[in-house]
Design a protein around this ligand. Structure first.
Ligand code: ASP
Ligand code: CP
Length: 343
């Protein structure tokens, strides 16, 4: 994105993490904390009564789509949704511009995922309501970075540490992984971060993202292997090889096996590290990803990330639609039912 975007606030699109400074980032996190009882379904809220979300996902998604939609529903709004090109009139050649104009007439806010970088910004240019970028190709995934940093802050806090001055190892497909691009940029708002990165050959971090962190005074070092990358890190952020974004040839030659597993952590004497991943974790036999043998480790935070996604996505809607925490409080009551798991 070449032009400068305004800070994210009421009535604005959310297209990039560059729309945050420490102040509005802190506000989003405060709102995310304030809606925790609603996220945990202990409170029932109607603050978005009468509001409509248009949810448009032109790429596969499980957690981003379902958590954005759940977040809107839990705040009392309603949701219309379309998934894939096949079931939208884009399959009949309708442009992004026309699609955006049409669906913004039906909605109060739109959440859009699309396989091309810059496409969600194009969508926003033709929308009459705020648009939230739910992932645009290898570009950005701002709501993911927000929930990642929100989670990281909480996990570090439990260990008496802060995001300022933390050491994070970032592993995997750093070239096509949009979550990594957004995460490094958002963390660059903090002080004195050490980023240690490791990527298989051909999937290295783009130079502009590396320079973004370095120009803001952070240390970014490239490790020769995964053991060295994770040694001494407070947190480890592993990612999947984005096979759908590369040529068949590159996908074919991409590494296979465990990107990170328990034995690697033991070798690096770092079994207590916070372990993060945007998910999905690729469990197919020819994948190169985080092994499930780390799932019993105390630092595993991957499902804290997914749970926290609800809070963050509620906070995004409340901000975009100009709803105060006080209005949320006044429209929330205790749930009258209990969810019980029968054995
Ligand atoms: N789910 C994340 C994304 O859509 C990460 C991934 O797919 O690997 O970017
Ligand atoms: N993390 C993430 O974006 O997951 P989905 O692709 O399943 O939405």
């Amino acid at each position: 994105m070449t032009h400068v975007l305004p800070l994210f606030e009421q009535g604005r699109h959310l297209l990039s993490v560059s729309q945050f400074d420490r102040s509005n980032l802190g506000t989003i996190f405060e709102v995310a904390d304030a809606v925790d009882l609603i996220a945990k379904r202990q409170g029932v809220c109607t603050v978005l009564d009468g509001a409509m979300l248009g949810s448009l996902f032109f790429e596969p998604s499980t957690r981003t789509r379902l958590s954005f939609e759940s977040a809107f529903l839990r705040l009392g709004g309603e949701v219309t949704t379309t998934t894939g090109f096949t079931f939208s009139s884009m399959a009949k050649g309708e442009s992004i511009a026309d699609t955006a104009r049409v669906v913004s007439g039906y909605s109060d806010v739109l959440v859009v995922r699309h396989p091309e970088a810059g496409s969600v910004a194009e969508f926003a240019r033709h929308s009459t309501v705020p648009v939230v970028n739910a992932g645009d190709g290898a570009g950005e995934h701002p709501s993911q970075a927000l929930l990642d940093v929100y989670t990281l802050q909480k996990e570090l806090h439990q260990r008496g540490k802060t995001v300022d001055r933390c050491h994070i190892a970032i592993l995997g497909d750093l070239k096509f992984g949009r979550t990594v691009h957004s995460l490094i940029k958002l963390m660059s708002l903090y002080e004195s971060i050490t980023f240690t990165v490791f990527a298989p050959t051909g999937l290295e971090l783009p130079l502009d993202v590396e320079q973004y962190a370095q120009q803001r005074g952070h240390r970014l070092q490239v490790a020769p292997n995964v053991v060295e990358a994770v040694r001494g890190a407070d947190a480890i952020y592993a990612t999947r090889v984005q096979r759908e974004r590369m040529t068949a040839e590159l996908a074919q030659s991409a590494a296979r096996g465990d990107l990170l597993n328990r034995a690697i952590l033991t070798q690096a004497s770092n079994e207590d590290a916070i372990i993060m991943h945007p998910l999905p974790r690729d469990s197919r036999p020819d994948s190169y990803d985080l092994s499930s043998d780390v799932d019993e480790l105390s630092g595993l935070a991957i499902f804290h990330q997914t749970d926290n996604g609800l809070n963050i996505r509620m906070a995004i809607f409340l901000t975009a639609l100009g709803v105060t925490v006080e209005a949320v409080r006044l429209t929330t009551k205790q749930r009258p039912w209990k969810a019980t798991l029968r054995s």
